[in-house]
Design a protein around this ligand. Structure first.
Ligand code: NDP
Length: 430
């Protein structure tokens, strides 16, 4: 498998991908075997969500809203090559991710583990007179309640999934009943909500209590995915001394993010820069992934950085790890409705939910590597300001070659990177 992959890596050609024109990049995706004829045409035409569809998806529509659709090539996840579609408006995210994927790819890529894949929902009950009795009644009636839940959503049972367990807990004045379900390829919010609403009244009858609400939990602790990578530190710098220093600093940066909540929040924001971009590109619910990930960051009683980096001096390797709830779907929601989302799936080789979760968690780890490596070496502004200057040049009305000239002159001038200065330079060029 490894040798086969090496053969494929040799054949893949991403040379100068970032400097190519849009259509040339689509061509490269095609030539590297990441795009079918159908989706090549969709991308070439920049075909987007049709208005008739968008009007059915959300209320009070007045149009569709576009964002940049990009590719981070060079990803190797569990021995397989990927070109990862990303949707983000933030400069540097795709560049950072691609850079990290290349370095980590040269060190063997990412390995992932799906720790489990179940969704959890809850019914909160109150005005319970006897908690001990209510808890035993729920547990005694577990099979009956599971049957009611499954009868409410028979199609997921027919697909081999469905409600599989019930747990119950007394939290202060509430009795909370947790329903655990296998939702197969879906994210499962609607599936679980339907099941939970079906067991709400039976639970009130069994417990002699009142139900407050019945809803899926986005704290998806039964859908954890772990991504790991090992970076050969020789790839961190041309000087071994500098490589060792950088590896040690990356380890320290990960430690710092476990200790200081101000840093942890930004550290994790950087991880979600990558994760959200792929979650959006693949039509998944990024609010659900963010909420679950941020709650998981506080699992030890305080909010911490989600990644762990350690420098193994004996092997000269920097080892990174990220574990996250990743209840991602390959079907359901709006996934089948948006041509760009379908193109993203095509580029990824139509992964199932587990594979997609592995890719996305790896992207989070890559994005974090890029961010903290930049932070502990050149600083984040070094790469960021060039892209920021590009955005400002566009905003100031630069076209074609004027963009590069304006960016170059602004950076050379040493002046602040702001709109006023770009406009001044652009006037001189014009
Ligand atoms: P859907 O309601 O779209 O349900 C998924 C559907 O996919 C199923 O009904 C099933 O239909 C179909 N399906 C086809 N093949 C499979 C397969 N192999 N495995 C599983 N299902 C399959 O989506 P979800 O229930 O996943 O809910 C996700 C949506 O809910 C998202 O849009 C999300 O934004 C939203 N949401 C999120 C909430 C939250 O996060 N708190 C709350 C409420 C909604 P069938 O079997 O009948 O053919």
């Amino acid at each position: 498998m490894k040798n086969e992959n090496k053969e494929k890596i040799k054949k893949l050609n991403w040379l100068g991908f970032q400097k190519k024109e849009r259509l040339e990049r689509i061509q490269m995706l095609k030539e590297n075997g990441f795009l079918s004829d159908e989706f090549e045409q969709i991308l070439k035409k920049n075909e987007n969500l049709p208005l008739e569809t968008s009007n059915q998806m959300a209320e009070n529509g007045i149009g569709t809203f576009a964002l940049p659709f990009s590719i981070a090539p060079n990803f190797i996840v569990d021995g397989k090559d990927y070109a990862v579609p990303m949707v983000t408006e933030e400069p540097s995210v795709v560049a950072g991710c691609s850079y990290a994927a290349k370095i980590i790819g040269k060190s063997g890529g990412f390995t992932t583990e799906i720790l489990n894949r179940k969704m959890i929902g809850q019914v909160a009950l109150y005005e319970i007179l006897d908690f001990d009795n209510a808890i035993s009644m729920v547990l005694e009636n577990k099979n009956k309640l599971l049957k009611i839940a499954n009868d409410a959503y028979p199609s997921i049972v027919a697909r081999g999934g469905g409600a599989i367990d019930i747990e119950v807990r007394n939290i202060d004045e509430f009795l909370v009943v947790y329903l655990i379900a296998d939702v197969k390829e879906a994210m499962g919010a609607n599936i679980l909500n339907t099941m939970l609403e079906a067991i709400k009244t039976p639970l009130e009858n069994i417990t002699n209590g009142k139900s407050l609400m019945a809803i899926l939990s986005n704290y998806a602790t039964e859908s954890l995915v772990k991504a790991k990578c090992e970076v050969n530190i020789k790839l961190l710098s041309s000087s071994m001394e500098k490589s060792i220093e950088t590896a040690k600093k990356i380890e320290l940066a990960s430690k710092f993010a476990k200790l200081d909540v101000y840093r942890a929040t930004t550290h994790n924001k950087g991880i979600f820069n990558g994760i959200d971009a792929v979650v959006i590109a693949t039509g998944n619910d990024w609010r659900a992934i963010e909420a679950g990930g941020n709650a998981f960051a506080a699992k030890n009683g305080k909010y911490e950085g989600l990644t762990t980096w350690t420098f193994d001096e004996s092997e000269n390797k920097l080892k990174g790890e990220l574990t996250l709830p990743m209840p991602i779907a390959s079907v359901g929601g709006s996934i089948g409705l948006n041509p760009s989302v379908k193109a993203a799936f095509n580029i990824l080789g139509n992964p199932n939910a587990k594979t997609l979760a592995s890719i996305i968690t790896s992207v989070g780890l890559a994005q974090n590597f890029a961010a903290i490596k930049a932070l502990v070496t050149t600083g984040i502004q070094h790469g960021h300001m060039k892209l920021q200057a590009r955005s400002l040049a566009l905003l100031a009305g630069a076209k074609g070659k004027e963009i590069d000239i304006a960016v170059e002159r602004l950076l050379e001038s040493g002046k602040s990177i702001n709109l006023e200065n770009v406009k001044e330079i652009l006037e001189k060029i014009k």
